[in-house]
Every structure is written in C-alpha cells, then in structure tokens.
Design a protein around this ligand. Structure first.
Ligand code: TRP
Length: 352
C-alpha cells in the first residue's frame, strides 16, 4: 500500500485502561509502524470532542501522557507520522460549521451514539453531543484520509462522513476524498493486523475488546465500579497480578478460546497474546489440553505485570519537552494541509 492517508483520533480524559490500550492504541501503533514508510499517518487528539463532557482540569497533562503512551508503545516517528491536537488546527472547527450546513438533522439524529448520550434526545443535552459526528467528519475530510482505524461503534460516523462528503461534492464539485467504505475499513484493519499478534485475536473483525475481569461478558471499562474489573496503565504491577489472579472464569475445566462459552478464559488468552506479542494461535495451542486455570492466571499475571513495569519505565523516561516538540511539528504540518483543503472548500462554495 502506498500514498494513502491513515488517520485516527483517540479521546483522552483520565487515565487509560488496559483494554483501550491493547484494543486501540497498541494496534494503531503497530499499524502506523507498518505503513509509515509509504503512507501518511495522522494521529490526533480530539480535544474538542472531549469537552462534550466535563473535563477535569487535567486535559493537557493527560494528553501529554497519552502521547508518551504511544511512544512507549513503540510508535516510530518519521517524516510521515504526524501527531497533533485538534484544537491547535482551527480549520477543524471551521469546516465543522460548513458541514453543519450540509448535513441534515435527520441523518445526524439517527446516530446511535447521540441517541445514547442524549438519552434519546433529552433537550438538556449540549449541542456538541449532537454535532459530534460532524466535527469528526471535518477531522477526516480535511486530510483526504482513506483509512480510519476505529472501533465498530464509530462505523456509523464514518458512513455519515461519506454521505456528507458525497453530497458536498455533488453540490459544489469534487472537493473531498471519500474515506473507504466501512466494509473496506474492516478489511483493512484485518489485513493490517494480519499475521501480527493482535490480528487473529479479535472476536470482532474491526477491533479487539478486552473484557472486564470480573464480568467477562462486558468489555473492560474505566467506569466499572470494582477496581478488580479493570487494569489501569499506571497501576502498580503487583496489584495488577492480584487482579488477574482473581479474574472471573468458569467451571468447564478446559482452556479454550471461545468467547461465547468461556469469555473469562478467552480474555486471559487474548491479553497474554497481546502483551507478549505472540500470535493468538500459538498461545491457544500452548494451553490446549491444560486444565488448571490457576496456571494460566499465574502466567498472564506475570506477563502483564512485566509488560506494565517496562512500559511505565519507558513512559517515565520520556520528557514533556520531547512531546511538545513532536506536537509542534505535527501541528505545523496539520495546519498546512488542513488550511489548504479549507480554502478549496471555501472556493467551491464561493465564500472566497
Ligand atoms: N469519535 C472517536 C472515538 O470516540 C474519536 C474521533 C474523533 C475520531 N474524531 C475522529 C476517530 C476522527 C477517527 C477519526 O473513538
């Protein structure tokens, strides 16, 4: 693959949990490393999306930390990799407004995330929650992005982006590149993951879902009530071992990768594959025929705590200055590209 633009944004608010790290940040890092030689990789922090809910005053600190997480996860920076803050590229907000005048109330109200977050259109909801996918469309269309690695919950927003872009092009002339269809997005993520460790670990084609340790039918979430349900990236590694040892399993007495019947065990196998960077098939065959859940837990506990210990050490070694330098370069690049596209849009609409 050559000459494509791969773009994604990962929202930050508080500390990241392992599920989000292994399911989103790490795969994106590996994907970026794989494609950054011949393609553009845009990774941005959608801080304007974050403020649809209250921020805790730590936004800047958290965002710097998130970039350190990418670097500690192994993201290789070269001239094709750009990291930037959405709010430092004003063209995003400007294009969002323009696209607001292209998108319809009907299609935007149909977004599942909006319905959920607004409790089916409660009028006390802030307008940002409604407008969220339009800003997301601007994030994507400003850069002629082709592939947008996101979780399945965001696919509906990608479809909306395509529809808005197509409508604009029909009305004002070819201006936007349409991002790949969601089916092709899913295929891309699958092939990008391919033989890599995280590829075949997925129970969904488009993303890895690490499960709640106590309720493995649900995905791991930082809002889970029990501390034992989730692993935070800054957790004390010894504490993490304990959490894994107390993970919920089942009483079937065999170790198999079967999320339907054995979600707890499958979750542990998946975590093991990811943190040891081993193909899931290898992990599955290593444990096939074993019956002692305790042995598996001990191994996973040790793998995860070793991983976190090394990861936290790497994070601590990265300075804030290094991050700000990367952001400065990324924001310079992003402003150039985005302003050029914005100008083309304004010209097409006769605003200029
Ligand atoms: N909506 C995405 C999420 O919550 C984050 C995001 C914002 C994004 N803008 C984007 C992702 C543009 C990809 C492209 O996960």
């Amino acid at each position: 693959m050559e000459g494509k633009t791969i773009l994604t944004g990962i929202r930050v608010n508080s500390e990241m949990q392992l599920g989000n790290f292994l399911g989103a940040l790490l795969p994106m890092t590996r994907l970026a490393n794989k494609y950054s030689k011949n393609n553009q990789i845009n990774i941005f922090i959608p801080d304007l999306h974050t403020i649809i809910s209250d921020v805790d005053g730590e936004l800047q600190k958290n965002l710097v930390k998130e970039i350190k997480y990418y670097l500690a996860a192994g993201l290789e920076i070269n001239e094709n990799v750009h990291i930037y803050r959405q709010s430092y590229v004003p063209a995003h907000s400007e294009l969002c407004w323009i696209l607001n005048c292209v998108a319809t109330m009907g299609e935007t109200s149909r977004m599942i995330q909006y319905k959920e977050k607004s409790h089916n259109g409660d009028l006390g909801t802030n307008v940002g929650i409604f407008d969220y996918p339009i800003l997301m469309a601007a994030d994507i269309l400003l850069y002629d992005a082709d592939y947008i690695p996101v979780g399945e919950d965001q696919f509906q927003h990608l479809e909306l982006t395509r529809n808005i872009a197509e409508r604009f092009n029909n009305k004002y002339g070819e201006t936007f590149v349409l991002p790949a269809k969601t089916i092709d997005q899913a295929k891309f993520m699958e092939s990008a993951n391919g033989s890599d460790s995280f590829g075949k670990t997925t129970d969904k084609a488009s993303g890895i879902r690490i499960r709640d340790l106590q309720n493995p039918e649900k995905k791991m979430s930082k809002s889970a009530e029990s501390e034992n349900s989730k692993i935070m990236m800054n957790d004390d590694p010894a504490k993490v071992s304990k959490k894994i040892m107390s993970a919920q399993t089942d009483s079937l007495g065999k170790i198999a990768f079967d999320f339907f019947n054995q979600p707890g065990i499958s979750n542990l196998l998946q975590i093991e594959a990811l943190v040891t960077n081993t193909p899931i098939q290898d992990v599955i065959s290593t444990w096939a025929g074993e019956t002692h859940y305790g042995d598996l837990k001990k191994k996973v506990a040790s793998s995860v705590s070793t991983y976190l210990e090394e990861f936290q050490k790497k994070v601590a070694e990265i300075s804030d200055e290094e991050v700000y330098k990367i952001l400065e370069e990324g924001e310079k690049y992003a402003n150039e590209v985005a302003n050029k596209k914005l100008f083309a849009v304004q010209k097409a609409m006769k605003l200029r």
